[in-house]
Design a binder for this molecule. Structure first.
Ligand code: M6R
Length: 617
């Protein structure tokens, strides 16, 4: 949560900071602020509660003096509500020093007590201001050496943090540090950048450096120096950002979510591109992992939210094609229950952002206990892949809307590739079956496009018609169950109405009591291809809820005539077969949630209380 940007160079920094913050606003949007050292060497600061537009309006009315060194922040509140006072930057040293922060400083209360005892006063309720005041004290204790003071400060902090600081006595210098929270460097010509992710600076440079854990960076217009917390220089990994600024623009769409749903076919196509050779899966990033795959006895998938539902879908494919037992766990539950792990366990993490703290902690924990770790991630240079033994990148492109859509289908695709690869390595999957699955996977982008072309308007119309609905239930079975959970999460997240997903088989064990006349229920009908038994059982479930007055909206494969007599509405998807149906069935659910939120006049991209990247536990 929270977006951070820093700039040093020859250009006026305010515009650069604000456009960086606009690209990072998905990370948090309850307040924003910037601090700039102007040409006279005076630090100016402005911060406002509310979205970035509130800060922009304020700066338009009363601009800060131009300066070429600056930092900016967009906040998702942890300590203290979203007020002007709690917004970042926080100042210290008589207003000469500014600090911004992402994360949680867990020992802030003890540090604050120590500083108060020394006579310090605080203006906000934040943990960040404690870091700022501590840094000011260390600054004077270290002969006004900002970098030395910064090192001394971060060594005292516990928890997770990315911190940036500047001091008006050091124009042309921004210092930053990270522990369990993201920070990347952008390398320009005579200018340099810092950002929570590359979106902060991608319009200026695609050359980037990933900073490791517990490292400090100092940027000046001339260069970049990275050290550990004790000041010893360390090497850093360069990488090129593979997408350009236009990819993270709305480009004429009504919302980022609308754009990203339209990109679902590409997300799948780009994730499989270059990963097939002679009808078999060939993933260059997995070279060197085959001995691990051959030796594992168990796979545990860890993830949160939508990524965990992708994991649940992937479980079916992994077990079917690799014959390795798979458990899927919410990362935060896995981490704190003392799981049994050893070198014969492969822990697969899934994360769009690659920064989700719960997932990161689960990966570190698994690694410390000797398990092999592999991450499925959409963000280059992110922390989770860097902490894992191997990574399979999803190539969905930047996902900006808080509600995850195209990343979800890309994650399932990557899991399928992984399952096919492990299946072949272990000899559990024949070349013929693998080739058949590859062909079916290659057909998926076209099928998703068919849904967007043929069913989008009808689904959106249904959503508009249901704008006053107070509760929606989702039923699925087998691979359709996680899709039901995803449909419900998406609806809760962006349209703020009650929604629950259930396993259809569980209906009679309790949830059927919720059905009353008019209750809308989406049912993901299993493919009639190769799974007549599952299909028929769900058709029976439909009849049971219909008999109790439910309004039944089914998502069914084309030509599935058996469901038609029992459905109030049918949303069609192309014929897919059991393994590939989830990649299609989820699309109408994404469209429906978006349509309903739009019909309610809500901000689909930035739903209340949420942030795109959850970087605190
Ligand atoms: O970046 P990650 O994939 O690790 O994020 C995990 C969840 O926070 C995320 O999927 C969340 O549930 C989405 N907002 C759902 O749309």
């Amino acid at each position: 949560m929270c977006g951070i940007v820093g700039y040093v160079g020859p250009r006026p920094s305010e515009g650069i900071l604000l456009s960086g913050l606009a690209r990072l606003e998905y990370r948090g949007y309850d307040s924003a602020g910037i601090a700039v050292i102007d040409a006279d060497g005076t630090l100016g600061m402005r911060k406002r509660a509310g979205k970035l537009s509130v800060l922009r309006d304020d700066l338009d009315r009363a601009p800060l003096a131009d300066g070429t060194t600056g930092i900016g922040h967009t906040r998702w509140a942890t300590h203290g509500g979203p007020t002007d006072q709690n917004a970042h930057p926080h100042l210290a040293d008589g207003g000469k020093l500014a600090v911004i922060h992402n994360g949680i400083i867990e020992n802030f209360a003890a540090l604050k007590a120590e500083l108060v005892a020394g006579g310090a006063e605080f203006l906000s309720e934040t943990d960040t201001e404690v870091a700022a005041v501590l840094l000011a004290r260390e600054y004077h204790a270290h002969g006004d050496d900002l970098e030395a003071a910064f090192r001394a400060t971060v060594r005292r902090l516990e928890g997770a943090f990315t911190l940036l600081a500047l001091h008006e006595e050091h124009p042309g210098l921004v210092v930053g540090a990270r522990r369990n929270s993201p920070l990347v460097i952008g390398l320009g010509e005579g200018e340099n950048f810092l950002g929570s992710d590359v979106a902060a600076f991608v319009e200026h440079t695609r050359h980037a450096l990933a900073i490791g854990q517990d490292q400090i960076v100092a940027i000046t217009p001339e260069g970049v120096r990275v050290t550990d917390f004790d000041g010893a220089e360390v090497g850093v990994e360069p990488f090129e950002v593979t997408w350009d600024a236009a990819a993270a623009e709305k480009g004429g769409w009504s919302s980022f979510m609308a754009k990203e749903v339209s990109e679902e076919p590409d997300a799948v196509a780009n994730t499989i591109r270059g990963r097939f050779h002679d009808d078999a899966v060939a993933i260059p990033e997995l070279e060197g992992m085959d001995a691990v795959f051959a030796g594992i006895h168990r796979i545990i998938v860890v993830a949160c939210g939508t990524a965990s539902y992708a994991g649940q879908v992937g479980k079916y494919a992994l077990e079917q094609w690799s014959r390795v037992p798979v458990d899927v766990e919410l990362a935060h539950e896995f981490r704190y229950r003392d799981p049994v792990l050893d070198s014969s366990t492969l822990v697969v993490s899934i994360s769009q952002s690659g920064e989700t703290m719960d997932t990161l902690m689960a990966v570190k924990y698994a690694r410390e206990r000797g398990a092999a770790t592999l991450s499925i991630c959409n963000t280059q240079g992110a922390t989770i892949p860097r902490e894992s033994d191997a990574v399979v990148y999803t190539h969905a492109g930047p996902e900006v809307a808080v509600a995850s859509t195209k990343a979800f289908v890309a994650q399932i695709t990557a899991l399928y590739l992984l399952a096919l690869h492990i299946g072949r390595v272990r000899g559990a999957l024949s070349a013929q079956d693998s080739a058949r699955a590859v062909a079916e996977l290659e057909a998926v982008p076209g099928k998703i496009q068919w849904i967007l072309d043929n069913e989008q308007e009808r689904t959106a119309h249904l959503a508009r018609w249901m704008a006053d609905t107070r509760s929606v239930l989702f039923l699925g079975r087998h691979v359709g169950f996680p899709i039901a959970l995803e449909g419900a999460l998406k609806l809760k997240e962006i349209s703020y109405i009650h929604a629950e997903g259930f396993a259809a088989g569980e209906l009679k064990h309790g949830p059927i009591a919720l059905i009353e006349p008019g209750q809308p229920v989406f049912v993901i009908v299993p493919s009639p291809v190769h799974s007549a038994m599952l299909h028929d059982k769900v058709v029976s479930n439909i009849q049971e809820i219909r008999a109790r007055g439910a309004r039944v909206i089914v998502i069914a494969e084309e030509g599935d005539a058996a469901v038609l007599p029992f459905a109030d509405e049918v949303l069609h998807i192309p014929l897919a077969g059991p393994a590939f149906e989830p990649l299609l069935a989820v699309v109408p659910l994404h469209i429906f949630a978006m349509g309903l939120a739009e019909a309610k006049g809500l901000d689909v991209d930035q739903p209340r209380n949420l942030a795109k990247s959850v970087t605190v536990e």
